[in-house]
Design a protein around this ligand. Structure first.
Ligand SMILES: Nc1ncnc2c1ncn2[C@@H]1O[C@H](COP(=O)(O)OP(=O)(O)OP(=O)(O)O)[C@@H](O)[C@H]1O
Ligand SMILES: [Mg+2]
Length: 503
């Protein structure tokens, strides 16, 4: 599309020469960014390239270094704060959601009225009506009275989207809104984005799923290492071209499935059931084997993962690890038996947010970093931390920085590092690449393969069928709490699996 027909139109935002430095890290280096009214514009780039930082500057959470020129709906502004941004019609769905776990769905969506400067009377009836309208617009039903902490990650994501829509925004930033959503929920959200855009609302969208980026946006701004690579029309652009712009190279996916049935069984599960979650699960994972489990939300995959990790107890059935029957009373028991669990929900289960990066990595292995007198060895700690940061190429400032200073995808790598440092026998990965960029995904799967090669048994829960397909030896389809199909990637193609799973 030729952008010159837009020359008469005033951009929703026009930002020029934005630089942002955090301590020694230059997060943004002289970047310009412009969005037209009603446009769906994607921000793309690897983890830590500066996408969230640009959003935080435009919405006044951070101030840029001097020299930036900022215009909002044609008005030059010298500085912005979050209240002002909201008044100007700019809304954000943050990557970490920023919701209130103890409050209800309705309160989270429509609480804005009481958060202003003047304390206002809270009209619960209006609030509920507003919340209901917004959810209807999104095409979802949620219990409005349910406290947020009882919701799944996907449901919380929907609440965050709802909250932005309630504010009648003219420009909405969505920082990885689909990261924890399944296919059908994603489709609903993308339909909403289309509708917003048709209504003249501009949407700036961040996603590491490149197919989605190309489908939803008309233009994409690509960043690499805090610098602007360019602004491109998405018409006719391919995923591999976009990947190349983002990373400087391309990645190929090949089926890696192998038969491990002759190797010793690490995990054996027989007739495992837990009321309302899953039933009659039989599963054997051999040393060196990667088993993928796919399915729709609510299939019981995460619940099964929780039981295998000792977070919940089965009602019936047996679990055997390396030939020994086990009964976990807590995840501590499971960790002691060599089970590690990388959660889909790094924000609540994965990381201790205010603590340092280094402490997060060594948390489950404190015992192993004692010296021979049983004292805490900072040299050992440093060595462990360094090793995993290098191994997983985590982009950090200093190991003692709070983990909250890391970009989303780098936080996910820290979660992985933390569990790999426990030297597990069975590794359960639940949506391990949520929010992880295309290059880093390839890196994580390379690590998964290497660990499997060392005899680790790996159970990988994934919503993304291609991800399970290319990186597992077997793909199990779970639905309604049961294993309903099993696929050998060497014998099927992705559409065949999709047809069954999305049927
Ligand atoms: N408050 C902060 N203090 C220190 N460094 C920060 C802070 N916020 C961001 N950074 C650093 O700035 C860089 C850009 O981070 P940003 O969160 O913008 O990345 P991103 O592109 O959103 O990545 P992701 O895809 O992983 O979410 C990173 O190196 C990050 O560690
Ligand atoms: Mg980010």
């Amino acid at each position: 599309m030729n952008q010159t027909d837009n020359s008469q139109v005033v951009p929703a935002i026009r930002f020029r020469n934005i630089t942002k430095v955090f301590g020694g890290v230059t997060a943004l280096d002289d970047v310009s960014f412009e969005v037209m009214p009603g446009e769906v514009h994607c921000l793309a780039g690897e983890n830590g390239c500066g996408k969230s930082t640009i959003i935080k500057i435009i919405t006044g959470v951070y101030q840029p270094e001097p020299g930036a020129e900022m215009e909002i709906f044609g008005q030059p502004v010298s500085s912005i704060n979050p209240t002002m941004a909201r008044k100007l019609g700019i809304d954000v769905i943050w990557q970490d959601l920023a919701l209130f776990p103890q409050m209800s769905v309705a309160e989270n969506i429509a609480f804005e009225g009481v958060l202003g400067n003047v304390p206002k009377f809270v009209n619960y009836k209006t609030m509920r009506t507003k919340a209901r309208e917004v959810l209807a617009r999104l095409g979802v039903t949620l219990d409005l009275e349910a406290p947020l902490h009882t919701l799944s990650v996907a449901e919380r994501q929907i609440v965050a989207v709802g909250r932005a829509l309630v504010g009648e925004a003219k420009l909405v930033f969505m920082d990885e809104p689909t990261a924890s959503l399944t296919q059908s929920e994603t489709d609903k959200l993308l339909a909403i984005v289309d509708k917003l855009s048709a209504d003249g609302v501009a949407v700036v969208f961040v996603s590491h799923r490149l197919a989605e980026v190309l489908k939803i946006s008309s233009r994409v701004t690509v960043l690499r290492d805090g610098k602007l690579v360019g602004v491109y029309d998405t018409d006719g652009m391919t995923q591999s071209h976009l990947t190349e712009l983002m990373t400087g190279h391309t990645f190929d996916s090949v089926v890696s499935a192998q038969d491990h049935s002759a190797a010793p069984a690490v995990l054996e599960v027989k007739g495992l059931s837990r009321a309302g979650e899953f039933s009659n699960i039989d599963l054997t994972i051999h040393a060196g084997e990667v088993v993928g489990i796919t399915g729709l939300i609510g299939a019981g995959r995460t619940e099964l993962g929780h039981t295998l990790f000792g977070m919940t107890r089965p009602d019936s059935g047996a679990i055997t690890l390396n030939g020994t029957p086990v009964r976990f009373r807590s995840n501590r028991d499971a960790i002691n038996c060599g089970v590690a669990y990388v959660s889909e929900d790094r924000l609540t289960l994965g990381l201790v947010q205010p603590q340092a990066i280094a402490d997060n990595i060594v948390l489950p292995v404190l015992k192993t970093i004692l010296d021979r007198f049983g004292l805490f060895s900072s040299a050992k700690k440093e060595k462990t931390v360094r090793y995993w940061i290098d191994e997983l190429s985590v982009k950090i400032g200093h190991p003692n920085d709070p983990v909250t200073t890391l970009s989303g995808g780098n936080q996910q790598r820290i979660v992985l590092a933390k569990w790999l440092a426990t030297n597990p026998k069975l590794l359960i990965l639940d949506a391990p690449t949520v929010g992880v960029d295309v290059g880093a995904r390839a890196g994580i799967f390379e690590i998964v393969r290497r660990l499997a090669g060392q005899g680790l048994a790996i159970l990988m829960i994934s919503d993304e069928i291609p991800e399970a397909y290319f990186n597992s030896d077997r793909v199990i389809h779970m639905a309604g709490g049961e294993f309903v199909n099993e696929f050998n990637p060497t014998n099927v193609i992705i559409p065949e699996i999709e047809e069954v799973v999305f049927a």
